[in-house]
Design a protein around this ligand. Structure first.
Ligand code: GAR
Length: 209
């Protein structure tokens, strides 16, 4: 099985997947890492592990507000071309900060996963950890889900919970969540590669053996 990972930043979730593949825990190949930002440290991480790492510039997509939807599809088609070249079966969003077009989502239906630093459907979008802190929840967590055309919305694969402490800052809370992110993302990818995920509407069932 070939995996493609889309990133925009630090790449700690990418690193968790790389480690799980290198140790043989996940039996698949990371065929390509594609970044929407040229300076994303995630690109460097990929190269250090001998994985092809590509930057695809979203400039046009941002510049042309009037034709944004067309530009978004154009941009996604560039990504898809790279994925198809390498026969990618599973696409992972790992800190990828652009919305995918419905075109992309339909093409890889139930074959794109995202990691989000909150217990969806609570706190979608950016700064989920800050949102949770400001809302005053006592527990938050991490979610891995299949991607659909709405933001942070598709069928939920795995979640895990962390407590929120009185003296938490965005940073301490984010670090606690991140540990869970790395674990559940690896687990979800492993289950997928073993053919153990079955999507029924919004529910994702985990098959035993
Ligand atoms: C992670 O916390 C991930 O959950 C979050 O961005 C961070 C990327 O870190 N994603 C989102 O907020 C998506 N809505 P990483 O680059 O170190 O994996």
């Amino acid at each position: 099985m070939n995996i493609g990972v889309l990133v925009s930043g630090r790449g700690s979730n990418l690193q968790a997947i790389i480690d799980a593949v290198e140790s043989g825990y996940i039996k698949a190949k990371i065929s390509v890492v594609i970044s929407s930002r040229k300076d994303a440290p995630a690109l460097q991480r990929a190269k250090e592990h001998g994985i092809e790492a590509i930057f695809i510039d979203p400039q046009d997509f941002w510049k042309d507000r009037e034709h944004r939807e067309e530009k978004r599809i154009e941009y996604d088609k560039k990504i898809i071309a790279e994925l198809e070249k390498r026969n990618v079966d599973l696409v992972l969003l790992a800190g990828y900060m652009l919305m995918l077009s419905p075109y992309f989502v339909n093409k890889y239906k139930n074959r794109i996963m995202n990691i989000h630093p909150a217990l969806l459907p609570s706190f979608p979008g950016v700064n989920a950890q800050k949102q949770a802190l400001e809302y005053g929840v006592k527990y938050t967590g991490a979610t891995v889900h299949f991607v659909d055309a709405e933001m942070d919305h598709g069928p939920i694969i795995l979640q895990d919970v962390v407590p929120v402490f009185d003296d938490d800052t965005v940073e301490t809370l984010s670090n606690r969540i991140l540990e869970k992110e790395h674990k559940i993302y690896v687990e979800a990818v492993k289950l997928f590669t073993e053919g153990k995920l079955k999507v029924e509407g919004r529910r994702v069932k985990i098959l035993k053996e």
